[in-house]
Design a protein around this ligand. Structure first.
Ligand SMILES: Nc1nc2c(c(=O)[nH]1)N[C@H]1C(S)=C(S)[C@@H](COP(=O)(O)OP(=O)(O)OC[C@H]3O[C@@H](n4cnc5c(=O)[nH]c(N)nc54)[C@H](O)[C@@H]3O)O[C@H]1N2
Ligand SMILES: Nc1nc2c(c(=O)[nH]1)N[C@H]1C(S)=C(S)[C@@H](COP(=O)(O)OP(=O)(O)OC[C@H]3O[C@@H](n4cnc5c(=O)[nH]c(N)nc54)[C@H](O)[C@@H]3O)O[C@H]1N2
Ligand code: SF4
Ligand SMILES: [Mo]
Length: 718
């Protein structure tokens, strides 16, 4: 047996780690890190388990059609041909559009941060836009709003979503509600190197996880109170003169006058309500730590920062991001070496079909309720998708991956919404609680069975300069087809072939690459990728200004004011025992959650190599909190929220605050190889956290759901 070594990258999550694949006899044997790749320093267990994912016994291998009515215990799946599957989908989507307009059809996908849909998401969006619908749903409000769109109201640019932390040169790294040691290995390895060379690290997290133990400042914030903490840091920085006066004067709207008062004074006054001692009582972070952190941010700048789920999934996400973005503006680090930098990109043609949207066409669902939210940019929130399905504004859905009934809060509402659609087609690698509700299920080839074009690997200028055409490593199993193949074939059947290069994926890639001067032949000959020499330009705003209405960084946002929102960064107590004393007796604990190191979101519980490291749904709580309830480590417990109860296994964690509990979402699948059970998505024995979380009250600006600050109690299961 001779093994081939193929340069590749793991596309299973946002990290996209550079790798070498070993392939023998048509099988993927293993993936190893490829340190010559800019993201190839390490692979996590999920990447190493890639062969088990590809070869898993429960992969979907054929297109399926439901024969039993929705709600039946068994959908009565019947195998059909691709021809019939694609023909039916095209007919049904066309029929819905004929009576309800194209906007009655929605397209959706998994988040590109948790799956290889990143290979094809531009073309999925293009398909929706070519079809004429403004409705696309992919968890933007839970996964991307805080990093990409909320910052537009401060910077006019996605900071830190696109202006990425320049870790190699940072003086100080600020991670806020972000744990790259679990979530993004390539950031974790670069951060470890930065800390080793002396960069300071500020880590804001209710848990002592990841690099918290190595941090110069670990701020153990109470879940959902981050805006108060940010405002307090702003206060300390302003009062001590620890801010970049030139940047504030020249590049923010500090000097603008609103109702007779300069913006700077308004901000100062707002921040002054959050003195360190007051803020200690709100957030649990010691006043002295707040002052010391503000000093470090100032004295060790440039500051590079990143934030993610810890701040995304709240009723207060947009204002919290406003507060942190304003704080970041005070450091003056934006687009400086070692700050958050928009690295140069390899020039390409856009292919996501933005140019195909009719300007006077129908508006995205949610645009009326939240005109400044994701709908403004073409994204439908989970709450709005379900609402529109239930009231008939959306009547058909074509989904490329995603497991919304498990991944969005209020799973029962999700089931009702998806079941009420007149037509639902779902493309996935595995059957899931969401796929169970579809009329047609399409088997998708795994990323390791598919070719994909990736332009830029983010992290650094070096990484952004790399273009790689990932080779298919093995043949697709069964009749599975890549998402791209499905999108292009469906487009052709929908009569949209002229927008899809007549179904020719190579032609689409060639079009995308045209401005780069690179060809597919060159890339196919160099599977390790081709590096384009690019030089970072800094302080680009000095040439162009900021893309805000005022052309400057908006400490005060007139746009928010016009829509009735607070124009200054604001803190509001989230759903908690403090804000709801009426609930405090029954639900005295604060509930948040975090990703698992071993699985992506609701996936991978069926993979033995991963499940053996984390066999059961886990609930972290302080030993004293557990003892007071007669709970020991490893005991099965029930987690109670106002939405119901689910089960999990207690894990004692002395570094948590005694009134804070952390749960995990995504538990449903069994692992037959290890004899470990699955759990029903709904009902009494469920372990599905999102069954007992709610989508409301959502963030009034973005519609994000409160997944990370709620109230609960924990009891022994008996
Ligand atoms: N292993 C693994 N990697 C993944 C994923 C996965 O499921 N597993 N998912 C991918 C996806 S889709 C995403 S979005 C990213 C997310 O990446 P991260 O944002 O890093 O994900 P988490 O670890 O869930 O959340 C980060 C931290 O937020 C903290 N946190 C919780 N509540 C609060 C709060 O109120 N305030 C603050 N300041 N912090 C809080 C948690 O303790 C956690 O340590 O990871 C991606 N990578
Ligand atoms: N309570 C709670 N809920 C959360 C979160 C949380 O932290 N706490 N995190 C939220 C976040 S940040 C996100 S991004 C969402 C994630 O929600 P989803 O995007 O739904 O992510 P997954 O649960 O990973 O499910 C991905 C689905 O897509 C399939 N899939 C994987 N790869 C591919 C592919 O290449 N093509 C296709 N067609 N399908 C594929 C998988 O088999 C799986 O069924 O969950 C959100 N929900
Ligand atoms: S962190 Fe793990 S799953 Fe994510 S890309 Fe890297 S190896 Fe793959
Ligand atoms: Mo995400």
């Amino acid at each position: 047996m001779t093994a081939d070594l193929v340069p590749t990258y793991c596309p299973l999550c946002v990290s996209r780690c550079g790798a070498t694949a070993e392939v023998a006899d048509g099988r993927l044997v293993t993936l190893r890190p490829d340190p010559s790749h800019p993201t190839g320093q390490a692979l996590c267990l999920k990447g190493k388990a890639a062969p088990q994912i590809v070869d898993h016994a429960s992969r979907l291998l054929h297109p399926l059609r439901r024969t039993a009515p929705k709600g039946a215990a068994d959908p009565g799946w019947e195998r059909i041909t691709w021809d019939e599957a694609l023909g039916t989908i095209a007919d049904r989507l066309t029929a819905t559009a004929a009576t309800g307009g194209p906007e009655a059809v929605a397209f959706s996908s998994s988040s590109p941060s948790t799956s290889a849909i990143s290979d094809s998401i531009d073309y999925v969006q293009r398909l929706g836009r070519a079809f004429g619908t403004p409705n696309f749903s992919n968890y933007m409000e839970l996964c991307g709003w805080g990093r990409f769109f909320a910052p537009l109201y401060t910077f006019g640019a996605p900071v830190p979503g696109e202006y990425l932390p320049d870790l190699d040169r940072a003086g100080c790294i600020l991670y806020w509600g972000y744990n790259p040691s679990v979530a993004r290995l390539a950031h974790a390895t670069a951060t470890a190197a930065a800390v080793a060379r002396g960069a300071k690290l500020v880590f804001v997290d209710p848990r002592k996880v990841g690099m918290a133990a190595k941090a110069d400042h670990w701020l153990q914030v109470r879940p959902g109170t981050d805006a108060a903490l940010a405002l307090s840091l702003i206060h300390v920085m302003i009062e001590n003169g620890w801010y970049d006066e030139d940047f504030v004067r020249d590049w923010t709207n500090a000097a603008d006058v609103v109702d007779g008062t300069p913006v700077w004074d308004l901000l100062r006054e707002r921040a002054a309500s959050y003195s360190p001692s007051v803020t200690e009582l709100i957030t649990g972070v010691a006043a002295a730590d707040i002052v010391a952190t503000a000093r470090s941010l100032w004295e060790s700048r440039p500051v590079a920062f990143y934030t993610w789920s810890g701040l995304e999934q709240h009723t207060t996400t947009t204002q919290t991001m406003r507060a942190i973005d304003v704080l970041y503006a005070l450091t003056g680090s934006l687009d400086l070496p070692g700050g958050n930098v928009l690295f140069e990109r390899v020039p390409t043609n856009p292919v996501d079909g933005r140019d195909l949207i009719a300007p006077d066409g129908p508006r995205t669902v949610g645009a009326e309720e939240r005109p400044l939210g994701p709908a403004r940019y073409g994204f439908v929130t989970g709450e709005d998708l379900y609402g529109a399905a239930l009231d008939g504004r959306v009547r058909a859905l074509m989904a490329f991956g995603g497991n919304p009934v498990m991944a969005h809060a209020d799973s029962a509402r999700g089931r009702a919404a998806l079941s009420s659609l007149e037509f639902f087609a779902h493309a996935d690698l595995f059957m899931t609680p969401t796929g169970e509700l579809a009329d047609i299920v399409l088997p998708v080839a795994s990323a390791f069975e598919s070719e994909a074009l990736k332009v830029g690997f983010e992290y650094s200028q070096e990484a952004q300069s790399l273009v790689q055409l990932r080779k298919p490593l093995v043949a697709p199993r069964g009749e599975a087809r890549s998402d791209l193949r499905i999108v292009f074939d469906l487009a052709t059947r929908l009569g949209l072939g002229d927008r899809f290069w007549d179904g020719d994926i190579d032609a689409a890639w060639a079009h995308r690459l045209e401005p780069s001067g690179m060809t597919l032949e060159q890339l196919r000959a160099r599977p390790e990728g081709i590096r384009v020499p690019l030089t970072t330009r800094h302080r680009k705003y000095a040439d162009t200004g900021f893309r805000t209405p005022s052309g400057r960084v908006e400490l005060y946002s007139a746009t928010l004011a016009e829509h009735g929102y607070d124009p200054l960064p604001a803190f509001e107590e989230p759903l908690s025992p403090r804000s709801r004393p009426d609930l405090a007796e029954r639900f005295p604990l604060v509930l948040s959650c975090a990703k698992s190191l071993f699985f992506c979101e609701t996936q991978h519980r069926q993979v033995a190599a991963l499940r053996k490291s984390s066999p059961d749904p886990q609930l972290e709580l302080h030993p004293d909190t557990a003892a007071a309830r007669g709970i020991g480590g490893g005991d099965w417990v029930s987690l109670h929220t106002p939405g119901g109860s689910v089960r999990a296994r207690a894990k004692l964690n002395r570094s948590l605050a005694p009134d804070v509990v952390f749960a995990q979402h995504g538990w449903w699948d069994a692992c037959e190889e290890l004899g470990l059970p699955g759990y029903p998505p709904y009902g009494p024995n469920s372990a599905n956290l999102n069954l007992v979380l709610r989508q409301t009250p959502s963030d009034p600006i973005s519609g994000s759901s409160p997944l990370r600050a709620g109230v609960c109690d924990v009891r022994p299961l008996g």
